[in-house]
Design a protein around this ligand. Structure first.
Ligand code: IPE
Ligand code: IPE
Ligand code: MG
Length: 252
């Protein structure tokens, strides 16, 4: 890796934390044990991201479709989110992390909702890394909600359909003001998006790891960062154009 590449830290990383259930079953334990272990991995990676100078880290914790899992697993996960936020909030706040949640909150129990709102309120003016937790999130649902909200503005005469552009739509989506993810990491050996950030991943670099989420370490995270630093992001242009814009000596 050359020195220019090594300084290329992604501004925004999104992670699909997959493989908790299989990790537990490999150890002959119930799936729920894997979710507990997954929280430890998340804590490690939040710290690693912050230390690496990442501006925003978005963790996929529970998808819109995860509501379809057995009721015992769903209620365990909801309780785990409450417990985890209660334990972690002080530390996250002390570390200057700004916590935000994305996803549909309507189905969330009131005690989870309360801690989500308290975490966001308490950390809102922190200067450090933005930690986005996607909970009850689905990329399609995000798009539907957004189109509905913009449609209502059009109906009310506050917006003209002809004025609707990429920026209007982008700003109305759940991640709002954050830059699109530069790097997506998916653990657990699956090669799919599973309804994560459909709009925002248009030009994101995808890094897939076979490691099951509870085993994903800070060293594995740094391996993903090193891989990212070697990517040449072209955004539709040619390599030569990119090199010349960067002022490379060997640009054609
Ligand atoms: C990811 O791990 C955590 C959530 C989706 C909540 P899984 O629970 O999907 O684990 P596997 O994929 O079944 O191993
Ligand atoms: C994606 O994992 C959602 C989260 C990690 C929260 P899933 O385990 O739900 O994805 P599929 O069902 O295998 O695509
Ligand atoms: Mg899974």
């Amino acid at each position: 890796m050359n020195s220019a590449a090594s300084s290329r830290v992604p501004r925004h990383i999104a992670i699909i934390m997959d493989g908790n259930g299989r990790w537990a079953m490999q150890q002959g334990k119930p799936r729920l044990h894997g979710h507990e272990a997954g929280v430890h991995a998340a804590r490690t990676i939040v710290r690693a991201g912050r230390d690496a100078g990442v501006e925003a880290l978005t963790l996929y914790a529970f998808s819109s479709e995860n509501w379809l899992r057995p009721a015992t697993e769903v209620s365990f996960l909801l309780e785990l989110f409450i417990r985890t936020m209660a334990v972690e909030l002080d530390t996250l706040h002390d570390e200057g992390v700004r916590v935000r949640f994305i996803g549909d909150r309507t189905a969330l129990p009131s005690n989870l909702l309360a801690i989500i709102e308290a975490s966001e309120r308490r950390t809102a003016s922190n200067p450090g890394m933005v930690l986005v937790i996607a909970l009850g999130y689905g990329g399609r649902q995000d798009l539907v909600q957004t189109v509905r909200a913009l449609g209502a503005q059009i109906e009310a005469g506050a917006l003209k359909a002809a004025d609707l552009d990429e920026k209007t739509l982008r700003d109305a989506l759940d991640l709002g003001d954050l830059p699109d993810p530069d790097l997506l990491i998916r653990t657990g050996g699956e090669y799919r998006i599973s309804n994560f950030l459909l709009w925002h991943l248009a030009y994101t670099e995808f890094y897939f790891s076979d490691i099951l989420w509870p085993d994903f370490s800070s060293a594995d995270f740094h391996q993903a960062l090193a891989w990212f630093a070697e990517r040449e992001r072209r955004f539709g242009r040619t390599g030569a154009q990119v090199h010349s814009e960067r002022g490379d000596q060997d640009a054609q």
